[in-house]
Design a protein around this ligand. Structure first.
Ligand code: DX5
Ligand code: ZN
Length: 223
């Protein structure tokens, strides 16, 4: 499935990491019913980050549960090695980290060659310069707003400057990648991220664990 959104659109992507794993399909459909645009899937290998979440089987489960656009975030050391399994599982967009051990340009090329959208992520401490050579070959730039590994952490406002710089580069170089933020996103931090130039909001705790998920998503959308 291809997302029709451009970087001018606000996109809300609830993170499955904060869902009830006893009913993954039901949780995906709950997010869809509450107005989610994309589903964000956090894959962690216990090596690139200090946590283990889930692998391609859960991506395939989400894909069977709904036709929603699957935004798959690989926090793994060897995205090149596991790439095909996530493509086969039905991911629509795959984001890999610039800090991981792989040929970044080659991995991005393979994602696009498979007909998917390609995302590139950078951790809060990684400067924008690290991704500069790849900005012409991606559909999405993910600026982590927490150190990745766990849901429920506090938003890091120091990343706002990097978001603004990424938006300026996009403008100057006439590029069109989405700018996504991930970590500690709720209506208040989302407002600051939109202001800086981000348009895709990943939100785990503030959506799945809200008393009213539809209202939580609507609040992030209009922030
Ligand atoms: C962080 C993950 C996030 C996480 C966000 O390592 O990449 O997607 O699920 O969770 P919240 O929204 O709870 O900070
Ligand atoms: Zn994520």
């Amino acid at each position: 499935m291809n997302a029709r959104q451009t970087y001018h659109d606000r996109v809300i992507a609830p993170s499955l990491l904060a869902a009830d794993f006893a009913d993954i399909g039901g949780e995906v459909r709950r997010a869809v019913g509450a107005g989610a645009d994309w589903m964000h899937l956090d894959v962690m290998d216990g090596h690139f980050v200090d946590n283990i979440s889930f692998g391609p089987e859960v991506v395939a489960t989400a894909n069977r549960a709904s036709g929603i656009f699957l935004d798959t975030h690989l926090m793994i050391s060897r995205p090149d090695h596991y790439l095909q399994r996530f493509i086969d599982a039905g991911a629509d967009l795959i984001t890999v980290h610039v800090e991981a051990e792989h040929d970044v340009a080659e991995t991005l090329r393979r994602i696009r060659e498979a007909g998917l959208q390609a995302g590139l992520a950078l951790n809060p401490a990684t400067p924008l310069d690290a991704v500069r050579p790849f900005l012409g070959r991606i559909d999405l730039l993910l600026c982590m707003t927490v150190v990745p590994g766990f849901g429920g952490q506090a938003f890091m406002p120091e990343v706002l400057e990097k978001i603004a710089a990424a938006a300026r580069v996009r403008e100057n170089d006439k590029l069109s990648y989405h700018i996504e933020v991930d970590g500690g996103i709720d209506a208040a931090s989302a407002a600051r991220c939109y202001q800086a130039g981000a348009n895709v909001m990943v939100a785990g705790s503030s959506t799945f664990r809200a008393p009213d998920m539809a209202e939580a998503i609507a609040a992030i959308r209009r922030a």
